[in-house]
Every structure is written in C-alpha cells, then in structure tokens.
Design a protein around this ligand. Structure first.
Ligand SMILES: Cc1cc2nc3c(=O)[nH]c(=O)nc-3n(C[C@H](O)[C@H](O)[C@H](O)COP(=O)(O)OP(=O)(O)OC[C@H]3O[C@@H](n4cnc5c(N)ncnc54)[C@H](O)[C@@H]3O)c2cc1C
Ligand code: SF4
Length: 512
C-alpha cells in the first residue's frame, strides 16, 4: 500500500504533450503521472510493427523527459506483461494509489475513453475529464457550429475556422482574395517524373528506439510491416526539426503536387507530420504559423500554404468533430451494403495491379502513404470492389504510423467508402483507372490497360467502376452532385453492361 495521491494523471500514448490540459495544474508533491504500455493497444487491430514502435518509443521518451523534470511517474512497460488492457492496469493502480481524482484529457478513441471512464466510475475516485487543448475546435464548439445544419460540409466549417482563428485572413476576407486554391493544386508530374524531391529528414534510432525495435520485432513477430526503415521523429525536439525541414524544403511545392503519385517515390513533397501531430508532439498551431510565416517571407506561394492550412485547420479538425458527434455507431455504418472481405493482398502487396502493389508495398515498408494514395488507390479499389467498410477501417487503423481512430475512421468510413451515406463527403470518390494513369506512372508498369473495361487486360478499377455505377444507380442517378457522372452509364450498350457485370463477378470471386 502506498500513500494516497491527489490526482492520478493519465497520459495515453497519443497524448505526449507537456502542455496538455491534463498536466496544467500538476503538483509533484501530491500528484502522479500514469502511463501504460499494454498488449491490447497493439493487438486490437493487427498493427504494423512500425506503428507499434513509434507509439512505444515516443511514450518511453516522453516518460523519461517528465521523470527527469521531477514529475512522479508510474510507467508500465510492455515487457513486464503485467496487464492486458489499459482498463485492467488503471483499476489496479487506483487500488494501489487511492487517488482522489483520475485526471485525463479526452482520449482519441471512443473505445479507450469508455473503458477508462467505466473503470473510474466503478472506483471511489472521481474522473476529471478535460477537453483536449491540442485541438483548435473543441467538441462543444463543433456541436455549436454543426447545430441543426442539414449538411456538414468541410468548406463552410473551414471558412468558419479561418474567421475564428484569423489564420490567413486580412480585412475580414481571405488572404489573396480566395478561400480555396485547389485549381492550382491538382498537377501531375510530366513524363520525366518528379526528379529527386528533397529527401525527408531521417531520425536514426537512438538507444531507446533501438530497444523498442528489438522488443517489437520479437513480441510482434507475426505482425505486418517492416522495421528496417524506422526513422520517424519520436520526441518533440525531432518533430520540430521535421516541421522546420518541411517548411524550408518542401512546402513551396507541396500544393501543386499534393495529388500526384510516382513509383518508388513514397514521400514526394508531403510533410510526413501526421504521426508527430497525432501523438501530440506538435501542436497544429505551430504547423499553421510556420507555414504562414513562410508565405509572408515569400518562401512559399499562397496555393501551397492555403492547401496545407486547409488540411490541418480544416480537414483534421472537421473529421474529429464528426467522429465525436457520430460515435459509437459510426464504425458500423455501411449504407452501400458492402460485404466483400478485404483482399489478402492488402497485407502483402502481392498483386499484379501495379498501383496497389506500389502503394501497399511502401505502406508495409514505411507505414506511410500520402492522402491520394490512400483515397484513390487502396480506398478506391475497396469501394469499387465492395469491401465491408469495417474490415477496411481495421486495415487503415493498423498499417499507418499516423493512424488514430478519431482521424482514421471518418476518413475511411466517410470520405473513402461513403459508408456514412454522405455525412462527410457529398459524393463517393469513384473513378476509373484513367484517374490513376493521369496522376501517376503506375500504369506504365502494369499488365492492365486503364482504358479498357472488359477483356483479359482490362484494368480492374475500370471494370469495377462501371459495375459500381450500375449497382448503385438508383441511389446516385438523381442526386444533384452525382447525376452527371451516372449519366455516362447511358453510353454503354446492353452487351457491354453484361460483359462488365460478368467480369466484375469474376474479380469479386477472385478476392473472396
Ligand atoms: C482512407 C484514409 C485513411 C486515413 N487515415 C488517417 C489516419 O489514420 N491518420 C491521419 O492523420 N490521417 C489519415 N488520413 C488523412 C491523410 O491521408 C493523412 O493525414 C496524410 O496522408 C498524412 O501524411 P502527411 O503527414 O505527409 O500529410 P500531408 O499531405 O503533409 O498533409 C498535412 C497534414 O494535414 C493533415 N491532413 C491532411 N489530410 C487530412 C485528412 N483528410 N484528414 C485529417 N487530417 C488531414 C494531416 O495532419 C497531415 O499531416 C487518411 C486518409 C484516408 C483517405
Ligand atoms: S492499369 Fe489499372 S491496375 Fe494497373 S496501375 Fe493502372 S489503374 Fe492500377
């Protein structure tokens, strides 16, 4: 039995922020920080080993930093195999420390928050659950904005956030006169490709990370993904360097080539900051302010800077609002009735479709793919094939180092799979293989032809696209945002439609 503490302050693996609301009034004389590595957090989806490594290494670095600062800390290491779940571990330590309060910032997962809330409610301690000051729009502010609106659309939320924060605003209007520069931001690389984009900075494993890599390699030997390339920032100091490097070396070109893809070029001009951001090693305000300063110094054009701010201030905050508004049943949404299992090759990259081989290959190698690769390659194929969105959600949550449920689930279930019936995206993101051909060089090394919908060398994306239009005609043909796209079905004759249906059935059978 230990002397009781006033506050037991829970810090989860994605709450590694010394300025967190949970630590705001920390008193080392009466309070104790509580952190735990438990198997369930790496096992509830079949996590990529780099994702597990990133979380554990960043947690250990953070634990060490606060202990060095003099904050009392209880830290459960995975290797002790003491507890299977966070709930079990917390219940045991509430018995041990008898805290008056368990303090925490709101968790990123509904599942985790519910289980910890239940544990505290069943104990003599009180729960002091604080709004997460990492976000620029609190759950309450989102509710206020969403109110009784019939439709929740990014564009109006984003403008509201610009006005509310004053970012990229002048004389009550948007800097540069436009809210949106997307028209300048959809460029592809020419025939010669991107050349040699400035490489991402590399953060070679220190002793702590090297230990975690060894431990994860052994404990999670059967999990997917490589550990050979692990060089993600795991401390705030390194994350700051990564931010600086992005702003100096890649931000200026980020906008125009945001949607472009190229074989063996996994990173291009993207920031790679989502993982550090989602672990809370960085605050979104830092990213936005750095990007705006680069614009003011004339180091980056408005289309790149606005494009970046839109992702961080707009999309990131928007999807979080949707997540907390719609959970817990959001994960079960499936308005298109998709039932197909996830094809096995999503875990191996073993497919003759070159775009999927490339994107899944880099995902397994690095735990990374950029937005359009996720949305318009792996996501698009699953949508067209009719994969059960829950299974796809589990895959996205498992394989990316930046994956945390509050951001992953709305992107997968809403934006990518339209499983929420258009709550998040006004229309399904569907296209033929010709979109991939236009935005990448993947098709050049592929045995399929993106222009063909039927026949031996027909591109499966193209076949399944037309089949998707036909299968979902009654839902979308009269919808104002999709009617034009569905009208194209009229171009197909009865024989062609029949051939597409048969070929689509064959593809679906192949991946059952
Ligand atoms: C199916 C699917 C699943 C996704 N899962 C995740 C996830 O688990 N975690 C995650 O952080 N992002 C997710 N995204 C959004 C986006 O793909 C990633 O944030 C981005 O690819 C991360 O790479 P980056 O840091 O280089 O981003 P950049 O291209 O450099 O973009 C800058 C930042 O903007 C933010 N951002 C960009 N797009 C989005 C978006 N749609 N939603 C929220 N934030 C965004 C990210 O924080 C990102 O770091 C997903 C997208 C899709 C389509
Ligand atoms: S032809 Fe089709 S399957 Fe092959 S790379 Fe292009 S889009 Fe992908």
């Amino acid at each position: 039995m230990t002397d009781s503490v006033r506050n037991l302050v829970v810090v989860l693996g994605d709450q590694l922020d010394r300025d967190s609301a949970a630590l705001a009034d920390f008193d080392a004389k009466t309070d104790r920080v509580w952190m735990a590595e438990v198997r369930e957090e790496s096992d509830h989806v079949w996590s990529h080993r780099a994702r597990i490594t990133l979380f554990l290494s960043a947690m250990r670095h953070f634990g060490l930093a606060i202990e060095t600062e003099g904050l009392p800390l209880t830290y459960h290491a995975l290797s002790r195999h003491a507890y299977d779940s966070l709930g079990q571990a917390l219940a045991a330590d509430i018995d041990r420390f008898r805290p008056r309060n368990v303090v925490m910032a709101q968790a990123g997962d509904y599942r985790v928050q519910s289980s910890l809330t239940d544990v505290v409610n069943a104990s003599p301690a009180s729960l002091d659950l604080r709004s997460d000051n990492h976000f620029l729009c609190s759950a309450d502010a989102f509710e206020e904005w969403a109110g009784s609106r019939k439709q929740l659309r990014l564009e109006s939320f984003y403008r509201e956030m610009r006005k509310r924060t004053g970012f990229l605003m002048e004389h009550n209007g948007p800097v540069g006169g436009e809210w949106n520069y997307d028209r300048d931001n959809r460029q592809r690389f020419g025939k010669k490709g991107p050349g040699l984009p400035p490489p991402w900075p590399s953060f070679q494993p220190d002793a702590i990370t090297a230990d975690v890599i060894a431990e994860v390699g052994e404990t999670f030997a059967d999990h997917p993904g490589s550990l050979d390339n692990f060089d993600w920032p795991v401390t705030r100091a390194d994350a700051r360097l990564a931010l600086q490097d992005f702003v100096e070396c890649r931000l200026a070109t980020f906008g125009p080539f945001q949607d472009a893809m190229w074989t063996d070029q996994p990173f291009l001009y993207h920031s790679g900051l989502a993982a550090a951001l989602n672990l809370k090693l960085l605050h979104p305000t830092e990213l936005i302010e750095h990007a705006i300063e680069a614009f003011e110094r004339k180091q980056a054009p408005i289309n790149s800077v606005e494009g970046f701010v839109r992702q961080v201030l707009g999309w990131r905050e928007f999807v979080r609002g949707i997540y907390w508004r719609e959970m817990p049943d959001y994960l079960t949404r499936n308005v298109l009735g998709a039932k197909q299992p996830l094809p096995q090759f999503y875990w191996s990259g073993d497919t003759d479709m070159s775009c999927l081989r490339s994107v899944i290959g880099q995902t397994l190698d690095h735990g990374y793919a950029h937005h359009i690769q996720r949305l318009m390659v792996t996501g698009l194929f699953a949508l067209l094939l009719g994969v059960d969105p829950r299974r796809l959600h589990e895959w996205y949550l498992a394989v990316y180092v930046d994956a945390v449920e509050w951001v992953e689930a709305p992107n997968t279930i809403g934006m990518s799979q339209y499983a929420d019936g258009g709550l998040l995206a006004s229309k399904p993101y569907v296209a033929t293989g010709k979109y991939i051909k236009r935005m990448s060089n993947y098709c050049e090394n592929c045995r399929f032809d993106p222009d063909k919908a039927t026949g031996e060398d027909a591109c499966p994306f193209t076949t399944l696209y037309w089949d998707f239009l036909e299968r979902h005609q009654s839902r979308f043909a009269r919808h104002p945002r999709t009617a034009l796209q569905w009208k194209n079905l009229e171009r197909l004759g009865a024989d062609e439609k029949r051939a597409i249906r048969t070929q689509s059935e064959r593809i679906r059978k192949q991946f059952e």
